[in-house]
Design a protein around this ligand. Structure first.
Ligand code: HEC
Length: 253
């Protein structure tokens, strides 16, 4: 599990300047709670405009432990220029928020894929008004970037690219996955492309990850995916399919 370790705690500083104790901060969101937590996520993002006009939103979102639906979320504006600084704050987070995530959500605010996570239980003991900060640096949050961070980095590169291992000669590390997959013939199943742009159902990637595809390769990839994404398997599979469908065949140079 890859977590990001840029978390800093700012104790008290913000409260000295503003009236944290007055209750003024309790405006909207969902719970007015004087123990509310504040989380600020910062990053420089690229590719956010690729979500414009889709069913998906990239958002900083708070989830309880037992629901797939965000209790509170703020979207990364799809109009943000590449590399423009981004800062999103969620405040008045109540104790039942278990995680704050940079996540792709759908129009019902259901979690599709998580890119970064703050476990709120790590911070509960530090007092009431600390701002929990997570800086993600520069990240590619376009469609391929989200697939990379949310799926390949988490579930695939241990066999496909990290530590010099590339099972089936397939490298799925950052910056390599697209060229290794898209419109590249399978080395294992004749007649298939690893990914056929625009056509999910014909793509080997789709077939090996879904139920019924267990025996297509010597390695059961359906099991790999389902063991990594226990609570959002369906959403991740649907996302991969929509990623394949959004690809346009490239003109040959
Ligand atoms: C535990 C190791 C392991 C993991 C994790 C793994 N793979 Fe594989 N993968 C393999 C092996 C081994 C093969 C070759 C299987 C064969 O020869 O039949 C393979 C083959 C493939 C192929 C077919 C390549 C071709 O040329 O036909 C694709 C596509 C693929 N993997 C995608 C993925 C994706 C996507 C993930 C993450 C969701 C993933 N793999 C995770 C071991 C792994």
């Amino acid at each position: 599990m890859k977590t990001i370790h840029y978390i800093l705690l700012y104790i008290g500083a913000a409260c000295a300047l503003t009236s944290c104790d007055s209750g003024d901060i309790a405006e909207k969101v969902y719970t007015v709670d004087e123990k509310g937590y504040t989380v600020r996520m910062t990053a420089q993002v690229r590719g956010i405009s690729e979500w414009d006009g889709t069913d998906y939103t990239l958002a900083v979102a708070g989830f309880t432990a037992d629901s797939k639906f965000a209790q509170v979320q703020r979207a990364v504006p799809a109009t943000l220029d590449d590399d423009a600084p981004l800062s999103i704050t969620l405040s008045n987070l109540s104790d039942d928020i278990a995680t704050v995530e940079l996540a792709l959500t759908n129009s019902l605010r259901k979690r599709i894929i998580t890119l970064a996570t703050i476990n709120m239980s790590d911070y509960r003991d530090y007092g009431t008004h600390d701002t929990i900060r997570l800086d993600l640096g520069t990240i590619d949050v376009g469609q391929t970037g989200v697939l990379q961070m949310g799926v390949f980095d988490r579930a695939c590169i241990q066999c496909h690219g990290a530590n010099g291992r590339s099972a089936a000669g397939l490298t799925l590390t950052k910056g390599n996955a697209y060229a290794a997959l898209v419109d590249v013939p399978s080395t294992r199943r004749e007649g298939y492309m690893r990914v056929e742009s625009g056509n999910a159902e014909a793509s080997l990637l789709h077939l090996i990850l879904r139920e019924g595809g267990e025996d297509l390769l010597s390695h059961n990839h359906t099991e790999i995916l389902s063991s990594q994404f226990k609570s959002n398997l369906e959403e991740v599979s649907a996302f991969i399919d929509q990623w394949i469908r959004h690809l346009k065949p490239q003109p040959q140079e």
